[in-house]
Design a protein around this ligand. Structure first.
Ligand SMILES: N[C@@H](CCC(=O)N[C@@H](CS)C(=O)NCC(=O)O)C(=O)O
Length: 243
């Protein structure tokens, strides 16, 4: 049995981390039984979530989880796609994960109002006297990570412009197709669904959400994915504007 280590549902999403949502969606796409565990962060092999424990084999990182599923269970998430389409899917995946992600992190963690509504909740269990100190320390670490990546060196307006360009690319490529690469879900849908659902999360007032809402195909797309893979998750009903 596979155990998926995740943060746990938050903000009306199955997880606040798009990487966790991606990994969980891949498990569902593969029809593999799994159990979720929200207590594994301290033992994360790479200091990040998600990771899985598959009968004693620990796999960290959503992409390596994907490759593990494909290898061990003989699944090709991109079946039906030719090399050119696979290349495009990979490029979009990494645009979301290594570029758009950081613009979204900036909005959630560096905007005080969004931080208070969202990530601040992660610290509720920390004893009140030390909480402000811990919050300051973690926010400083997030800022350092943003700076090290490079996104954090830009002005807010520049970050929004870059994030918006990525969202426009996702929406334009999706176009009128039901799923990202065509008529049926493929590997990239796990990623596009996770990131788009996170950015459309109605809890946060963000320019990236506004950018996503300007595209009339994104909410129905998230709804379609949620309806197909999370039928028992009514919290995602907000996205069930599915066509
Ligand atoms: N490349 C990793 C990224 C995972 C990741 O960035 N996870 C974040 C949450 S969105 C995390 O666990 N951060 C905790 C930390 O950096 O301390 C993947 O694809 O799984």
């Amino acid at each position: 049995m596979i155990t998926l280590y995740k943060f746990g549902p938050a903000f009306g999403l199955t997880d606040p981390s798009p990487f966790v949502m991606k990994a969980e969606t891949l498990l569902k796409m593969a029809n593999l039984p799994y159990r979720a565990d929200t207590t594994g962060f301290a033992k994360a092999p790479k200091g990040k979530l998600p990771y899985i424990d598959d009968d004693g084999e620990i796999v960290g990182d959503s992409t390596f989880i994907r490759w593990h599923i494909e290898r061990k269970y003989g699944i090709d998430f991109d079946r039906g796609l030719g090399p050119e389409q696979r290349a495009i899917a990979w490029a979009f995946d990494k645009m979301a994960e290594d570029h758009l992600y950081w613009a979204a992190v900036d909005e959630r963690w560096n905007d005080d109002a969004n931080f208070a509504k969202g990530p601040a909740r992660f610290f509720r269990r920390i004893p009140a006297p030390v909480r402000p100190l811990v919050v300051r320390m973690i926010r400083r670490r997030v800022r350092k990570n943003l700076h090290a990546h490079g996104m954090g060196r830009h002005a807010r307006a520049e970050i929004v412009a870059l994030g918006t360009r990525a969202i426009d690319a996702i929406a334009d490529f999706l176009g009128t197709k039901p799923f990202f690469m065509g008529a049926e879900p493929t590997g990239a849908d796990a990623t596009m669904f996770a990131f788009t659902a996170g950015i459309l999360c109605p809890l946060f007032e963000t320019p990236l959400r506004m950018a996503a809402e300007r595209h009339h195909n994104l909410k129905p797309y998230v709804g379609r994915m949620a309806a197909r893979f999370y039928p028992d998750y009514p919290e995602m009903a907000g996205h069930k504007a599915a066509a």
